[in-house]
Write a protein that binds this ligand. Structure first.
Ligand SMILES: Cc1cc2nc3c(=O)[nH]c(=O)nc-3n(C[C@H](O)[C@H](O)[C@H](O)COP(=O)(O)O)c2cc1C
Length: 195
């Protein structure tokens, strides 16, 4: 196969994968899996995307990871973990709309909830779990009592739209998201289902 053929067949392969459905999920399976786990996230600047991927890694990489903006059909998944970045004490409008619209599909499948916030750089405690998970994400999604976690995230002003970046001008960038913490939560959620 020459170089041109190689690239042409590669592109055809990518096209076929895109048509196969769930095309937007981050596909990465270091371990064999029946692929029945999904992590759904909503992000503005990417820290919640990274948390979602690391939560899947904590499960041995078995979960498909979806951005809510892909509007995925999650009805084929058995267990779903849902999380959102926080602005003005709430997850994005896209995630709120998605949770309301797909509540019947999601509700019986939700295995874990998480939020990623700034909390002014202070450690998170029961108050953040109460306001961001119990009174917000759990209510929106209709989830039963499932494992949940609030992570500290990041501020990266270069990734914000100009208006938001201006609003945040007085604050320095920070990165408080911890991969081991995300992986530990993934392992906790998985263990809860295996029991
Ligand atoms: C405009 C704006 C509003 C925010 N509002 C809150 C808030 O109400 N509470 C909070 O704890 N963190 C708040 N944060 C911090 C974010 O939750 C934090 O940066 C998080 O990592 C963002 O997630 P993302 O990178 O997935 O978009 C805010 C950040 C921005 C830029």
């Amino acid at each position: 196969m020459d170089r041109r053929q190689f690239f042409a067949s590669g592109l055809a392969g990518i096209g076929a994968a895109a048509l196969a459905g769930n095309a937007g999920a981050m596909k990465f399976y270091p371990m064999p899996s029946d692929k029945k786990w999904a992590v759904l996230y909503a992000t503005w600047c990417g820290s919640t995307r990274d948390a979602a991927a690391w939560i899947s890694e904590g499960m041995g990489g078995i979960a498909d990871v979806f951005d809510v903006r892909e509007n995925p059909d999650l009805s084929a998944f058995t267990h779903i973990v849902i999380g959102g970045g926080i602005r003005m004490a709430a997850v994005s409008g896209e995630l709120q709309d998605y949770l309301r619209k797909h509540r019947d599909v999601l509700k019986p499948r939700i295995a874990g909830l998480f939020a990623v916030c700034g909390n002014m750089g202070r450690p998170v405690g029961p108050e953040q779990k109460e306001t961001l998970i119990d009174a917000h994400l759990a209510k929106l999604s209709g989830a039963a009592l499932v494992p949940s976690h609030v992570f500290l995230g990041r501020v990266t002003k270069s990734l914000m739209d100009p208006e938001t970046a201006k609003m945040m001008a007085a604050f320095d960038d920070y990165d408080n998201l911890k991969r081991p913490e995300c992986m530990a939560f993934g392992a906790e959620v998985l263990a809860g289902i295996k029991k």
